[in-house]
Design a protein around this ligand. Structure first.
Ligand code: SAM
Length: 286
C-alpha cells in the first residue's frame, strides 16, 4: 500500500469513518518525496531509536521504521488505531502509543523504550501544538537530533539571526538548546487537507551543554522581558524586571549602546547581560 497515495488514504480513512480534525493539526502528506526526504534528513540508522509525534496514517513512520532500530510514535487520535493497525502491520520495530505526547515523560520513555539506542526525534508536527511540543522536546534533554516539519514562519523564527525580522524569544529558546538548520520547504499541495500555509523542515543538532555559562532562569527572564515590548529600547523593556536605573547600568556595563533594541543582541550578548543582572540585581533581591 502507498501511504502517500491520495486515493488509497481516503479509501482507508473512509473505511473507518475518519474525519480530519483541525484542532489536532491533521494534515496528512500525499507526496511521497516529502516523508522520504524527512526520514533521510533525520539521519536515522540501525543504531537510532526514533521518537515520532503524530503518525497519522503512518507514511513517515513506515519510512523511519525501515531505517531505524526502533520507532516509538505518539498519536492522540484513537480513531487512527484501526488504520495504523493495517498500515504498520508487519513492521515489528514500531510501537504506537495512543496518548497526547504532552502528557508523556519523554526522558523516562527514551530510557525505558529505546535503551542503548541513539535517541532522535523525527516528525511532521501538528501545527496546533508546535511551540509547546518543541519546548517539551528541548527541555527533555534526551535527544541527539530533532528533525521536524513545522510552519515555514516558525522555522524561520527558529533559525533567525540577530537583527532579522523573525528573530525573537522563540529563536533564543531554540538556539539555547540546539543548532537549527532550515533544510527545505514543502507547499500546501503536498497535504490532505491542504493547509493555508507553507511548511518547512528544520534539523537540529541538540547541544550537549548550554551555549553560555549563565543562570538559565535569569537568561530566559531577560529574553522574555526584552521581546515583550518589541519596539522599545532594551533599557525600557528591561525596566519591568529590574527598574530603569539598574537596567541602564547593566546595558552600559555590557558595553551596549543605551538605545539598543533587544532584537539586535546575539545569544552571547543576552547571556552576558542576564549574568550581570543576575549578579547585581536578582541575587540582591533574594
Ligand atoms: N505523520 C503524518 C503525516 O506526515 O502525514 C501526520 C502528521 S499530522 C500534521 C499531525 C498528527 O499529529 C496527526 O495524526 C494528529 O492526530 C497527531 N497529533 C495531534 N496532536 C497530538 C498530540 N498532542 N499528541 C500526539 N499526537 C498528536
Amino acid at each position: 500500500m502507498d501511504l502517500c497515495d491520495y486515493k488509497q488514504i481516503t479509501a482507508l480513512l473512509n473505511d473507518v469513518g475518519f474525519h480530519f480534525s483541525k484542532a489536532k493539526g491533521q494534515n496528512f502528506l500525499t507526496a511521497a518525496w516529502v516523508p522520504e526526504r524527512i526520514a533521510e534528513a533525520s539521519g536515522a540508522d540501525g543504531d537510532t531509536g526514533v521518537v515520532e509525534i503524530g503518525p497519522g496514517v503512518g507514511c513517515l513512520t513506515e519510512r523511519l521504521a525501515r531505517r531505524a532500530a526502533k520507532v516509538v510514535s505518539y498519536e492522540v487520535d484513537r480513531a487512527l488505531e484501526p488504520v495504523l493497525a493495517r498500515t504498520l502491520a508487519g513492521l515489528d520495530n514500531v510501537e504506537v502509543i495512543f496518548q497526547d505526547v504532552m502528557r508523556r515523560d519523554l526522558a523516562a520513555d527514551v530510557k525505558e523504550l529505546l535503551p542503548g539506542l541513539r535517541p532522535a526525534v523525527c516528525a511532521n508536527l501538528p501545527y496546533s501544538i508546535t511551540s509547546p511540543v518543541l519546548k517539551k522536546l528541548f527541555e527533555a534533554r534526551s535527544f541527539d537530533t530533532v528533525t521536524v516539519m513545522v510552519q515555514k514562519e516558525v522555522a524561520q523564527r527558529m533559525c533567525a539571526g540577530p537583527g532579522q525580522a523573525d528573530y525573537g524569544a522563540f529563536t533564543l529558546l531554540t538556539q539555547w538548546y540546539a543548532r537549527p538548520e532550515l533544510l527545505f520547504t514543502v507547499g500546501p499541495e503536498c497535504f490532505v487537507p491542504r493547509p493555508k500555509v507553507t511548511s518547512a523542515v528544520v534539523r537540529m543538532e541538540m547541544r550537549t551543554a548550554p551555549p553560555a555559562d549563565v543562570d538559565e532562569k535569569a537568561f530566559f527572564a531577560v529574553v522574555r522581558a526584552a521581546f515583550s515590548q518589541r519596539r522599545k529600547t532594551l533599557v525600557n523593556a528591561l525596566s519591568g524586571i529590574c527598574g530603569r536605573e539598574d537596567a541602564a547600568a547593566a546595558v552600559a556595563a555590557c558595553g551596549l549602546d543605551g538605545h539598543v533594541r533587544g532584537e539586535q543582541l546575539s545569544l552571547a550578548q543576552f547571556a552576558a547581560l542576564a549574568d550581570h543582572i543576575q549578579k547585581t540585581v536578582f541575587q540582591k533581591e533574594i
